[in-house]
Design a protein around this ligand. Structure first.
Ligand code: PLP
Length: 441
């Protein structure tokens, strides 16, 4: 690790960033000037040869670490065989094999069918369309703080940051947002469990009674843990109550596992921690260790749409499917258990730090989804957004890649096969960065 606290932006990085600024859309959100050269496992090197620990996994994507040899080999073998044929118009074994495998992993005993996409957003878009098509209903309910993507349908469900929606109205009509089960900042100022999960009861007692007929609602879209919204883990009874509510009104429950799925939380899908079976599950990010792939998996009885109703050119690309099969073998072969174990290590060390760092308001850990919400004051819980940005920046300067989410949360989502040594080394950097940010000179 370099000792310098100066930004690790060398000559080559500076040159690339200047070219990027000219050539690439300014809508991207780069927190610091990391220009990647190569990576191995949970270590990455920038174009100036500086090494970093990666606690981001390319935003929860490189589940098996950077360039895992098994995944790279599967990609090479499939590329030699054929690269593309379009699953919308033709058949190929690797796509069928992967669909069968994912259907068997997604919670629920009912038969399922899968639609392949290139991204998380497209999986959500497909779920939005299927929910309307199969129920004949038009309205959707989603959550404040939720992030489901940025195409017009998915963006209509997203309510994470104002900048993501500003300037794009009108969005798809018929989406109503309600508060999520965010106990640290309860929208109703109540305490769990005495609240009796008021945030779910509110949907029935207020929304359905006063302004939205439940029988017009096709689906409720939820993230089992809010990602972009701040790594918010809802309370134990939350998803069960949502499931009961949706069952009462024959509303579909759509589980957005795009960030939480494929072993990240120490179970294959995060919803398994709550023991709930959704009707539709959306997957992407970690599914293929970085190759673009997404999937929308629905109970078979919901897949009522006919040929031509939905399709795409690249979804289920054979190289991506081969990478996904290799990824799943590794995740099932021990990485999911490692995610659970390393998550406990993070939780244990972070709770020790929380006892001595007044700005660590809430520490939320489930497997390798780790959120540290920074605050200005323990009593008022005022979000410390600037300090969060400063901590992320200082981590980068010291050799650790992390990201922000929510109002003032630092998030870590490393590869599922991260080692204990790298967890400890990264957390040491985090503590130094936090201490410096708490004590500005
Ligand atoms: N849903 C969730 C929970 C996400 O975290 C994301 C991306 O961050 C998306 C949907 C959109 O996925 P993509 O960026 O692959 O389109």
């Amino acid at each position: 690790m370099a000792e310098s606290k100066q930004p690790r932006r060398g000559t080559r990085a500076r040159e690339y960033i200047a070219r990027d600024t000219t050539a690439i859309s300014p809508s991207y959100t780069r927190s610091y000037p990391f220009v990647m050269d190569h990576g191995k496992g949970s270590k990455v090197w920038d174009v100036d040869g500086v090494q970093f620990i990666d606690f981001t996994a390319g935003i929860a994507v490189t589940a098996t670490g950077h360039s895992h040899p098994d995944v790279a080999q599967a990609i090479k073998d499939q590329a030699d065989q054929f690269i593309h044929m379009s699953g919308t118009d033709f058949y190929y074994p690797v796509q069928i094999e992967l669909a069968e495998k994912i259907n068997s992993l997604v919670p629920g005993d009912e038969p399922k069918q899968l639609f392949f996409t290139n991204s998380g957003t497209e999986a959500i878009e497909a779920a939005f369309k299927l929910a309307r098509y199969s129920t004949g209903r038009t309205r959707m309910i989603a959550f404040i703080g939720g992030f489901h993507g940025r195409s017009m349908g998915a963006l209509s469900l997203t309510a994470s940051k104002y900048v993501q929606r500003k300037g794009f109205a009108p969005l798809v009509p018929g989406v109503t947002h309600v508060p999520y089960g965010y106990c640290y900042r309860c929208a109703y100022n109540l305490e769990y469990p005495s609240c009796d999960v008021h945030c779910v009861r509110y949907i029935e007692d207020t929304i359905f009674k006063h302004f939205i007929p439940a029988e017009e609602v096709a689906a409720i879209f939820m993230e089992p843990i809010q990602g972009e919204g701040g790594y918010v883990i809802p309370p134990p009874l939350y998803h069960q109550r949502l499931r009961e509510l949706t069952d009462r009104y024959e509303i579909l429950l759509v589980d957005d596992e795009i960030q939480t799925g494929m072993g990240r939380t120490g179970k294959m899908f995060a919803i398994e921690h709550w023991g709930v079976v959704p009707d539709i599950t959306c997957i992407a990010k970690g599914i293929a260790s970085g190759m673009p792939l997404g999937a929308m998996v629905a109970k078979k009885r919901l897949m009522t749409w006919p040929p031509g109703a939905h399709g795409n050119t690249f979804g289920g690309n054979p190289v991506s499917c081969a990478a996904a099969l290799a990824t799943i073998r590794l995740v099932e072969g021990g990485y999911v258990q490692n995610a659970a174990r390393m998550g406990e290590r993070f939780a244990d060390r972070l709770r020790h730090l929380q006892a001595v760092h007044p700005s660590m308001g809430d520490v939320r850990v489930l497997g390798l989804m780790i959120g540290i919400e920074l605050i200005k004051d323990k009593e008022t819980k005022e979000p410390a957004a600037e300090m969060r940005d400063s901590v992320v920046q200082k981590c980068f300067e010291r050799g650790l890649l992390s990201l922000g989410c929510g109002m003032s949360t630092v998030r870590f989502m490393p590869a599922l096969n991260i080692t204990a040594d790298l967890v400890d080394e990264g957390l040491k950097i985090f503590e130094e960065a936090l201490t410096e940010a708490e004590n500005p000179t």
